[in-house]
Design a protein around this ligand. Sequence first.
Ligand SMILES: [Zn+2]
Length: 186
Amino acid sequence: MGGFGSGGWNATGRPTTADLPQLDVNRLNKSGVLHQGYRGVLGWRGVDGEVRMNITTRSDHISLEGASDGSNRIDVIWFSWEPCRFGGRRPFFFCPGCGQRVVHLYRRGHFACRTCNDLSYPSQRERESDRAQRRANRIRRRLGGESGWLNVPSRPKWMHLSTYERSVNEILAADEITNRHVSRYI
Ligand SMILES: [Zn+2]
């Protein structure tokens, strides 16, 4: 659970998103952590040693209590659910620092988004995500829609269903790459 990269600070000494203990709202959701009443332990291992936190989930927030750093502070992280175009819903965190909706939070003393923590991206991953989004945006515009992560245009009347479905799959695949590599989109 959690997910700590191989660590290592980049050449500028500025940490990247891969260097810090990370919370990914989609991974937590898939693991059932966002269910109200969930209780468990999250662990990360990295350059600062091991971090273990007790997690408790309520209907709209999680509480994280870290014993490993000797503090008794409890981190409270609010989340919400946003409807998806094709039904269902997906979760977002609210960054405790700036209140923006984000998919990832990073723990640098306390949890906050990439921007609040002044993190850079690992450049390779950033390039992969940019490439994926440029490709997806071309498809979005071909469908008569607007550019932008998570944006899936509806089917133009002139387009065959099978072509449309293939286009949507390409968009979703690109978004999945972005989802894995980028912490803050909107
Ligand atoms: Zn923030």
